[in-house]
Design a protein around this ligand. Structure first.
Ligand code: GDP
Ligand code: MG
Length: 175
């Protein structure tokens, strides 16, 4: 869909430690319309996803790091203009949950002050390997005023819901 056919264009970003599932979440979300553009110079990729909210068509541009998070080399241009963020950790690795505070600081430092942040505990299908309890995610989300969901990119659980929640909240904030 061309830009002129949508009512709103929202930039959103994926953040979180390496291997938490950001790129798999992106491919779930963009599966219907997968144009993965690569910007090799800054190490960023993005895809688009259209959503209908009432009679409005919202086009979300979803940015994914091209592995830059590994080197803590995400630049401020990644966050610039983003209205929404999906902050992802892996429920099977506590360290990725602990690092969400670092990612939050970065989002708040470089991002838009009213950025809608959705905290996602991904890999919810790996119940036997769980290190982070659902309540831990809920508690953090409550403290930091974030939306929260556990997701599985693998099983396609809650991925749509989480995204819709973010887009709806951005729409309400922006309009
Ligand atoms: P990124 O580095 O954050 O972009 O993470 P990737 O999307 O590349 O995923 C890292 C690894 O985790 C890959 O081996 C994926 O197959 C796996 N993975 C991603 N999401 C899930 C999930 O929801 N469940 C399970 N079991 N594995 C996942
Ligand atoms: Mg990735």
């Amino acid at each position: 869909m061309a830009d002129e056919e949508c009512d709103y264009l929202f930039k959103t970003v994926l953040v979180g430690d390496s291997a938490v599932g950001k790129s798999n979440l992106l491919s779930r979300l963009a599966k219907d319309e997968f144009h993965l553009d690569t910007k090799p110079t800054i190490g960023v990729e993005f895809a688009y996803r259209n959503t209908k909210l009432g009679d409005k068509t919202i086009k979300a541009q979803i940015w994914d790091t091209a592995g830059q998070e590994r080197f803590r080399a995400i630049t401020s241009s990644y966050y610039r203009g983003a209205l929404g963020a999906m902050l992802v950790y892996d429920i099977t690795r506590n360290g990725t949950f602990e690092n969400t505070r670092k990612w939050l600081r970065e989002l708040r430092e470089f991002g838009n002050p009213d950025m809608v942040i959705v905290l996602l505990g991904n890999k919810s299908d790996l119940v036997d390997l769980r290190e982070v309890e659902v309540e831990d995610g809920q508690k953090l989300a409550q403290q930091e005023n974030l939306c929260f969901m556990e997701t599985s990119a693998k099983e396609n659980l809650n991925v749509e819901d989480a995204f819709l929640q973010m887009i709806t909240k951005i729409y309400k904030t922006a309009s």
